[in-house]
Design a protein around this ligand. Structure first.
Ligand code: FMN
Length: 375
């Protein structure tokens, strides 16, 4: 059903318009009680054995929606109905900003990929915080619902010397509503942002965000993660891993989109592949997996690793878990696979786990490394 809808309707629409339409339908389903019940009954994760305890949080499964789909936290509950165990909202910046001019999102259909140069279009951390506060008030006393991560980034107009203050402002506003907080220093679409992945710049940034989160939220410790680019050199991946351990960070998310185009097995014509921006989807799979493996080899189970980049099937997700990911996320394949995607991934993971020698999902995390060493 979805492949037909994609081919005949969505693929013919401008990608950003198609996104807005699909997202409006998802949000509408969450508002109508009958639709909510029907959608949840069809898509909700319901495999006890996939329950994950990570970052001090309990989730009904490992698979969540990566940042960028719900930039402004206005569709969390609709997206959760589709079976994502966690929703990472954002990237949210200190000030509201329109992002880059359209067109800024491109589908590379034969490659099952996307290129985007959205440029952190978002309502800003003050507006997103009030939206999250309103949601919390509506839901007061309810313990169900997805884990909500909040991903923060730098406002484009803020100079690099003031970047830390910009992240701190967003942290103070958003930490109270974040089940976990992500410092995004890896988007290719904000000039200079990725320079913050260098440890000399990253150390003070992460320290300041940690401090601001601790000062703002005193009744619990908000888990803090950093999201990195697949374009880092291997030594830089190691350096981030070491820094994460040094600072007592809770997790690393690997990876964001890539600026690379070579060697990625792209089949779409040059007119699309030459668009500037971050490439995501299937062509990113191998490099994201490699970065994850490298991180796990360096930090083992000391830090929670989140695998993202090119995940389409349950096999892709399972491979990330074996490589060391406790949580997995995706975005691009949602466009191509449709609303049943998260359910299929969770269902497939339950089957993989049942057929594996591992008793729990936690036992499978990083298991490929043990095998490689034993071999
Ligand atoms: C249109 C689009 C917008 C994105 N926006 C963000 C963002 O705002 N913040 C972020 O950390 N990642 C963003 N991402 C990156 C995704 O979260 C993810 O890391 C990346 O796309 C790789 O996963 P995938 O291959 O499953 O899409 C975006 C990706 C896409 C396709």
């Amino acid at each position: 059903m979805y492949p037909l809808l994609f081919k005949t309707v969505l693929a013919r629409m401008d990608p950003e318009k198609a996104h807005r339409l699909a997202f409006a339908l998802i949000r509408a389903a969450a508002r109508l009680p009958l639709a909510r019940t029907l959608v949840a009954a069809r898509f909700a994760p319901r495999h006890e054995e996939l329950t994950v305890d990570a970052l001090g949080l309990r989730m009904p499964g490992p698979f969540g929606l990566a940042a960028g789909f719900d930039k402004n936290a206005d569709g969390i509950d609709g997206l959760a109905l589709l079976g994502f165990s966690h929703i990472e909202t954002g990237t949210v910046t200190g000030q509201p900003q329109p992002g880059n001019p359209p067109k800024r999102l491109f589908r590379l259909v034969p490659d099952r990929a996307l290129i985007n140069r959205m440029g952190f279009n978002n309502d800003g951390s003050a507006a997103v915080a009030s939206r999250l506060a309103a949601r919390a008030a509506r839901r007061s006393g309810r313990a169900d619902g997805p884990v909500v991560g909040v991903n923060i980034g730098k406002t484009k107009a803020v100079p690099e010397e003031e970047a830390v203050a910009d992240y701190v402002t967003s942290t103070r506003r958003l930490a109270p509503y974040a089940d976990y907080l992500v410092v995004n220093v890896s988007s290719p679409n904000t000039p200079g942002l990725r320079a913050f992945q260098a440890t000399e710049a990253l150390r003070p940034l992460l320290r300041a965000v940690r401090e601001a989160a601790d000062e703002t939220v005193t009744e619990r410790r908000v888990p803090l993660l950093v999201k990195i680019a697949p374009d880092l050199a291997d030594e830089d991946v190691d350096a981030v891993a070491d820094l994460a351990v040094e600072l007592g960070l809770d997790g690393v998310i690997a990876t964001n989109t890539t600026v690379a185009r070579e060697g990625l097995g792209l089949t779409a014509g040059p007119s699309l592949t030459s668009e500037t921006g971050g490439l995501s989807g299937a062509p990113l799979r191998e490099r994201s997996l490699e970065v994850l493996r490298r991180l796990y080899a360096r930090v083992g189970g000391r830090i929670t690793l989140v695998g993202v980049g090119g995940i389409t099937t349950a096999d892709d997700a399972w491979q990330r878990i074996l490589a060391g990911a406790t949580l997995v996320q995706g975005y691009s394949a949602f466009v191509y696979e449709g609303p049943g995607w998260a359910r299929r991934i969770h269902r497939g993971l339950a089957a993989r786990l049942a057929a594996s020698p591992y008793e729990t999902l936690a036992d499978a995390v990083g298991a490929a490394h043990g095998e490689a060493e034993a071999a």
